[in-house]
Design a protein around this ligand. Structure first.
Ligand code: NOJ
Length: 554
């Protein structure tokens, strides 16, 4: 069993993800800045945050909002300067907050100097740094793989007379990890940021770095005749060898953590990936995100699900990390729709839904990763046309839905439900114009509800989601069983209530969360001898939960 004293700083803290483009603009330009993050360190500290994951801020053409890196050693001018980043790292330390950098190592931008050289000929020094292949005899792409952002995963390059592979957009060519110089160049980047004082790394799209020995067509899964590239390349045998090398070159001997983004790794495989013998400290796996979205992540193909489906995968992740590794608990990130929409099948007030999810997130076992705005209970954006969306993937999903025969309205509805832009609207700080995010028109419209749903308004309301998240962050810091205790599921087969207990040395906390819009009941013996530590809707009656109510007993 984990002992409180065995826990490392990143296991005891709360992590928070900032999407810098949408957090706070201090330059009056409509997009967020690094200085904007520094200004809000007090706010983050008030949420108990000790690790701040910042999505890419490196120099980039911004085809994918920074996940297309042009230069890993430079700050994109829209975000500010290296001096401002150094200051953020420094000031963060004073607040007890360490910065977690996003390493985008599966691909670069097509404007990166490495790629410009690689594409220039077949025999330059970086000729093998990317995945180049000859065309088929008829000149077509080497395989029928579909990129994650839609269309062929291959792009033709005239200079070389070859195709290059891109798992994501065509402006994001995949690096060739088989080439030792590439690996060394990437390890150098990570060490540069670790030496600057990063507290950890989130490693992007890491399960795609190892490509199969043989490239072959797969069975088409849609009207476009293509096969998802990740089905051919995710989690390919041999990938862990690369990652052990990475760990030895970057992680070993440092008081930092590494969390890998690992689509394609199932909960049962976690023990090879995390822990002492694994390659990362934590792994973002997506089994719970697939419950409402479907594993194929095709937005226009609706799936049906029950609460027990969600409970089953969450319990499997807990089980997989109970004795080895550590679980990063999350319900939102910059690639997902808002959780108040995503994890509920019923109507009901968003603030109550946000509190239900907050209760689960902040009392479960693992390090909670909050995403900006989640603590305010945002809903999804409600835009009227596909033209209002910025995200490259949303447009690809829309086009795919059209090839599948969906009418405009249905294709738009799928995007409204799942678009990544739902998470990327500007942070709502107050009720002034543009929600206090900027003095200029923001790059994405602020959410319609900003006049009432914003930090200032919620700070003044003791019943707000923000007040609830702050209260639970304190509770988590005070009660050792909430960090170091074991986790066991309660009421596993119940279709309305998600419940679990945390125990350590005789101390016990029970979380009961009603995910439905009707009241629910539970056996009072579950909370015998305990008192209410926090109730999301005020006074509660033992044995009963109001619609969308969460209660924590201890
Ligand atoms: C995962 C990132 O979270 C996402 O935003 C990005 O588009 C892809 N990887 C490609 O880097």
């Amino acid at each position: 069993m984990t002992k409180p004293n065995d826990l490392l700083w990143w296991q005891k803290t709360i992590a928070y993800e900032v999407y810098p483009k949408s957090f706070l603009d201090t330059a009056g330009q409509g997009t967020g800045t690094i200085e904007g993050i520094t200004r809000k360190l007090d706010y983050l500290e008030s949420l108990g945050v000790g690790a701040l994951w910042i999505t890419p801020f490196y120099k980039s053409p911004m085809v994918d909002n920074g996940y297309d890196v042009q230069d890993y050693y430079e700050i994109d001018p829209s975000f500010g300067t290296m001096e401002q980043m150094d200051e953020l790292i420094e000031r963060g330390r004073e607040h007890g907050i360490r910065m977690v950098m996003d390493l985008v190592f599966n691909h670069t931008s097509d404007q990166c100097a490495w790629f410009l050289e690689s594409r220039s000929s077949r025999n330059n020094p970086k000729a093998d740094w990317y995945i180049w292949r000859d065309p088929r005899a008829d000149g077509s792409a080497p395989t029928n793989w579909r990129s994650i952002f839609g269309g062929s995963a291959w792009e033709w390059c005239e200079e070389r007379g070859q195709y290059f592979l891109h798992t994501f957009a065509k402006q994001q060519p995949d690096l060739n990890w088989e080439c030792p110089e590439v690996r060394q160049a990437l390890f150098d980047v990570a060490n540069f940021w670790a030496n600057k004082g990063a507290g950890g790394f989130r490693i992007d799209a890491i399960t795609y770095i190892k490509k199969p020995a043989v490239f072959e067509d797969g069975p088409a899964d849609g009207e476009d005749g293509l096969y998802p590239v990740h089905a051919a390349t995710a989690n390919t045998p041999g990938i862990l060898d690369f990652l052990h090398e990475f760990k030895a070159a970057v992680r070993d001997g440092r008081d930092i953590f590494m969390v890998g983004e690992a689509n394609g790794v199932a909960a049962e495989e976690l023990d090879q990936w995390v822990g002492q013998e694994g390659v990362f400290d934590l792994l973002f796996e997506f089994s719970h995100m697939h419950v409402p979205m479907g594993e194929a992540e095709i937005w226009c193909r609706p799936v049906t699900w029950e609460l027990t489906d969600l409970k089953r995968v969450l319990a499997a992740s807990q089980k997989a990390t109970a004795t080895n590794g550590w679980y990063p608990a999350f319900f939102e990130n910059h690639d997902q729709p808002r959780s108040t929409v995503n994890f509920f099948r019923c109507d009901g007030p968003l603030d109550q839904k946000a509190k239900v999810l907050g209760a689960v997130l902040l009392t479960t076992r693992g390090t909670p990763f909050l995403y900006q705005g989640e603590e305010l209970g945002y809903g999804n954006a409600t835009w009227k046309s596909i033209d209002e969306f910025d995200d490259v993937q949303t447009h690809a999903q829309y086009d795919f839905a059209k090839t599948e025969g969906l009418a405009d309205e249905a294709a738009l509805a799928a995007c409204t439900r799942f678009s990544r832009d739902n998470a990327r609207t500007p942070m709502q700080w107050d009720s002034s114009e543009y929600a206090g995010f900027s003095t200029a028109a923001p790059w994405l419209p602020v959410h319609d509800d900003y006049a009432t749903c914003n930090v200032a308004a919620q700070e003044a309301d003791p019943n707000s989601p923000l007040a609830w998240y702050r209260k639970l962050a304190k509770l988590r810091a005070q009660r050792r069983e909430l960090t170091a205790g074991s986790w066991s599921e309660l009421m596993a087969t119940d279709e309305q209530v998600l419940a679990f207990e945390r125990t350590l040395d005789g101390a016990r906390t029970v979380t009961l969360a009603n995910f439905d819009a009707t009241s629910a009941s539970y056996d009072v013996s579950l909370v015998e001898g305990l008192s209410v530590l926090a109730g999301s809707q005020g006074q509660t009656t033992p044995g009963t939960l109001r619609p969308l109510e969460a209660v924590i007993w201890g």
